[in-house]
Design a protein around this ligand. Sequence first.
Ligand SMILES: NC(=O)c1ccc[n+]([C@@H]2O[C@H](COP(=O)([O-])OP(=O)(O)OC[C@H]3O[C@@H](n4cnc5c(N)ncnc54)[C@H](O)[C@@H]3O)[C@@H](O)[C@H]2O)c1
Ligand SMILES: [Zn+2]
Length: 271
Amino acid sequence: MISHAASIIREAEVFVVTAGAGMGVDSGLPDFRGDQGFWNAYPAYSRLGVSFIDCANPQHFADDPAFGWGFYGHRTNLYRETISHEGFHIIKKWIERNSAEYFVVTSNVDGQFQKAGYADDRVYEVHGSIHWLQCQTPCGSAIWNNDEVIRIDEASMRARPPLPRCRDCGEVSRPNILMFGDRSWLPDRANTQEYLFDLFLKNNAGRPIAVIEMGAGSAIPTIRATSERIGWNLEHATVIRINPREPEIKAPHISMPCGALEGLRMIDVLL
Ligand SMILES: NC(=O)c1ccc[n+]([C@@H]2O[C@H](COP(=O)([O-])OP(=O)(O)OC[C@H]3O[C@@H](n4cnc5c(N)ncnc54)[C@H](O)[C@@H]3O)[C@@H](O)[C@H]2O)c1
Ligand SMILES: [Zn+2]
């Protein structure tokens, strides 16, 4: 299994890196696996009896913005402070060694790939990014960089004023992230990234492709479906699925039941 993965990496001319919340776990970030997983990461919400789905609701930015920004401001600060683990750099080293093309597709909103040195125009953030803002109304189509300082009272998980505001109309702003039941998300930035990714696949379809999928759960299967679509539709593409709890994928694709960093290190030793 690992030697097969190593041979796929060795021969790859193209890397597609697909990642879900589990990719952040080895950097010390929580995934939100089940309500209990979410509450372990955010005990304050356990006390309030609110779930991830309750928190990730755009309506808070209109009804109770200090609550909305409590959750997203806390995550903004956390992701800004986080150092991407070595696994990000191992894959980058493989890409450089093979002089390969690459693209990242992630449901993570944390910006950790860019932080690890992946080019901004080689990342498709399917659910948006916490490092970008938009108006919560929205009053227009502007999406701008999140350079706000957001202070949180961690006991209540509420943001302290002043809250980030729209540059155009002065309303409270919100992260440019797709939330649950979200009708005000502006998808333009993600759509541009998707267009670049589709073009990338079209240009590289016939070449040996290594799809390295890490930490993508089956509850919201967007990332897993992306890996499988490439793996089953393109003749020379092989998926390496690294996931400690749900690693299943049919041969000839490769399933590695372990953490992302551990799996990448095991492959790296054989290269
Ligand atoms: N960092 C972030 O940006 C972040 C964090 C949490 C949730 N979210 C978002 O919430 C939604 C949740 O879906 P999801 O499928 O990404 O996450 P999920 O929480 O549903 O699943 C996480 C997956 O990671 C696996 N995992 C756990 N530890 C791992 C490790 N060390 N290495 C590799 N895999 C590991 C788990 O087995 C699981 O399959 C997504 O939209 C996601 O982007 C984002
Ligand atoms: Zn506005």
